[in-house]
Design a protein around this ligand. Structure first.
Ligand SMILES: Cc1cc2nc3c(=O)[nH]c(=O)nc-3n(C[C@H](O)[C@H](O)[C@H](O)COP(=O)(O)OP(=O)(O)OC[C@H]3O[C@@H](n4cnc5c(N)ncnc54)[C@H](O)[C@@H]3O)c2cc1C
Length: 292
């Protein structure tokens, strides 16, 4: 492995991405790399750059559809210990990008810190959540961020303060390749009260989304003032099946899959949902789910 000579311990070849994504489908990645430090990450980035190899950053694949052909890229996963830490100091919480989001939410609730309970029930890593400003009707991750540390495609690290960051509906202005760490300023509160609120939000989510099935969350962004799920429902596609992929009967903006599903089943269903909504409402649905 000349390209990554000396880094053999952290580089796998032709790793099936299906094993790393919530949908459980998708082909292999040419390289799958799990750096153990920021220095190793910077070295990997440098080698990719020198060899013009595309970099893809993978969290837990909770918002991804990976296609079945081999992905000619270096998929970098921030899953090692140094990228998953959570440090709480009074109301300031410093979280590394690979940390599990539900674990972060639990830690904050237990510590009596309010601000992130709105993220209850959202799977994935902190990095994935920041990248798309994950959230829902109760709030989003960007609202409590006070600063970020990011790394660019040349391996340089920068700090971005609150005044430089813009968080919108499932969007941010972060251009850097890697989110490395986020700092949150949260509100001290009664742990029992925060827990009660989180439970209410969790019950709402459980009653309205197909959380028991395999999915990658919402397929489409809501068009301004409209609900993508309601539009798909109104064109009669709730429950529509193609191969192993189904438009969820619980929430029509979710595609759920069984073990026989192929990436092409999901793709065909997405095309059908878009076409029907375009024909009936002249609305172009924009993907929230990312395709690799
Ligand atoms: C059952 C279910 C329910 C969901 N509910 C919600 C919800 O209510 N609200 C919501 O917003 N989302 C929801 N999602 C979608 C998903 O949980 C979020 O998008 C989550 O933030 C994805 O995190 P991830 O680590 O899995 O990212 P991935 O899916 O691995 O990656 C998503 C994007 O983030 C990028 N990325 C990941 N880590 C980093 C990093 N460290 N630096 C830079 N870029 C990075 C990737 O390159 C990719 O572009 C749901 C998903 C499921 C399966």
């Amino acid at each position: 492995m000349k390209l990554f000579a000396g880094l053999d311990q952290i580089v796998k070849r032709d790793e099936p991405l299906a094993d790393h994504c919530w949908l459980g489908i998708g082909g292999p990645a040419r390289y799958f790399i799990t750096p153990r430090s920021r220095e190793e990450l910077a070295e990997v980035v440098k080698r990719c750059r020198e060899n013009e190899l595309t970099i893809k950053v993978l969290g837990q694949g909770a918002n991804l559809l990976v296609l079945s052909k081999r992905l000619d890229a270096a998929v970098i996963h921030l899953g090692a210990d140094c990228f998953t830490s959570i440090d709480i100091d009074d109301t300031r919480v410093t979280v590394a990008a690979g940390a599990d989001l539900p674990r972060l939410v639990r830690h904050c609730i237990r510590a009596g810190l309010s601000g992130l309970e709105c993220l209850v029930g959202i799977p994935g890593t902190l990095g994935g959540a920041v990248r798309m400003n994950a959230g829902g009707r109760f709030g989003d991750v960007g609202a409590s961020i006070s600063s970020l540390e990011v790394m660019d495609g040349a391996g340089r690290i920068y700090r971005r303060g609150k005044d430089e960051l813009v968080f919108g509906y499932r969007r941010t202005n972060i251009a850097a390749k890697f989110i490395l760490q986020a700092c949150f300023d949260l509100e001290a509160d009664d742990p029992q009260r925060v827990l009660r609120q989180a439970k209410q939000m969790w019950i709402y989510k459980k009653n309205t989304q197909p959380l028991a099935n395999k999915s990658a969350g919402c397929v489409f962004r809501n068009p301004r003032g409209l609900s993508a799920g309601a539009l798909v429902d109104q064109v009669g596609l709730k429950g529509k099946r193609i191969g192993g992929a189904v438009v969820s009967p619980v929430h029509a903006n979710f595609i759920v899959v069984d073990t026989s599903a192929k990436a092409s089943d999901v793709q065909e269903l997405i095309t059908l949902m878009r076409r029907k909504v375009q024909e009936k409402f002249e609305v172009q649905l924009e993907l929230e789910l990312e395709m690799w």
